[in-house]
Design a protein around this ligand. Sequence first.
Ligand code: AMP
Ligand code: ZN
Length: 469
Amino acid sequence: MKIYNTLSGRKEEFVPIEEGKVSMYVCGPTVYNLIHIGNARPMLVFDTVRRYMEYKGYDVNFVSNFTDVDDKIIKKALEEGVDASVISERYIAECKKDMEGMNVKPATTHPLATQEIGGMLEMIGSLIEKGHAYAAADGTVYFRTRSFREYGKLSHKNLDDLQGGNRSLLVSGENQKEDPLDFVLWKPKKEGEPYWESPWCDGRPGWHIECSVMSRKYLGEEIDIHAGGEDLVFPHHENEIAQSEAANGKTFAHYWMHNAFLNIDNHKMSKSAGNFFTVRDISEKYDLQVLRFFMLSAHYRSPLNFSAELMQAAQNGYDRIVTAVENLDYLMKSAGEEAESAAEKELEEQAETFVAKFEEAMEDDFNTADALAAIFELVKFVNTNTEGGHTRAYLQMLKDKITMLADICGLIVEKKEELLPEDIEALIEERQSARKAKNFARADEIRNELLEKGIVLEDTREGVKWKRA
Ligand code: AMP
Ligand code: ZN
């Protein structure tokens, strides 16, 4: 399996630290609002990476944080006149709903920055002790960037170029820093803000230290993969490396993966320009499976443009897979129970080649665009090789192959029949008439039919009531 590593700037063969296991950290969202479709891209991409690794038999420890203390959260809390935790808890719950809608698996652990302050104080303390950090007069603690020799190795930046670009900072009130390149590990509280006590001042952590600490706590000092959107390469991930490697004396992450950005109608997403969609907005127009399909239709390192036309194309593509599965289900109803014929066995071998193609695409730095193309080839094969009476075993084998590959992409292609309240009421009425006519067999049949679809009937004094099981 090859992974493009931002650190080396090339594709490398994936070799895990521990055989059969993968430790993976993905920087999660700052929770002050509903997540937008840009935030959804890393969620969907790295969930798919995880699913493929699990398919390959790896035991994946997948950690993704919620940044629940931040200027934007505090600003929103002040606007609403509530505690910052009210805002972060609300949007964590909303984010989890969106993740479920997109069929993103919950992480093994979803740590919260505010619950990990002790670990941050400990790491900052040890960085000061080792000479990699210092406290300024007002209690702000800075990382001494030049003390970490390899600073810039991820973003391939040169310290002296950075120095030039940052000179203006010295004039803008940051002159308590020893060097304009130094960045904040701990900062003093401002009036009305949440804060924690520390040896340096009452205050809160800088953003970068949060991930270094949470990654170490849940995955260890040295991990396989660290991931996020490409905007995080510098300074966030560069700073995480400096903090973690200076504190632990070990390579922080072996592979660094970054997804490219999602644009809207070829423009950067921006609230002020009005070209901005939340996942919730999209869910009102489309099944979120279509959004998932759309995101995977491009390679994760290519910029992706969101437009109504491309979403329509995604809808058509997704529907084609769903329809193929529906057809197989339909054909199976009247299929023979005998074992696969010799001719069918031969077709099975042909179908297997599409699975191999899918894997080949995924092994090449998770080329989901080509992987989806392999699923389409399989769908086409299914559509042309299921006519004229086949065994159930053969049809089931084809269905299993499609659903297995779709599942690696996190795509749900088997539609559960959703009953609408009117349909349920109509069936209840039919059951009542059947009972009146003493046709108890039919009445029971309806009760069971509803039960199979997750509807429980209750005969009460006021009549029949129903609820979803
Ligand atoms: P944030 O809440 O801004 O920290 O972002 C959470 C994650 O979403 C990070 O991995 C970002 O890199 C990623 N992200 C934000 N905007 C976009 C976008 N337009 N396209 C792709 N990824 C994005
Ligand atoms: Zn992070």
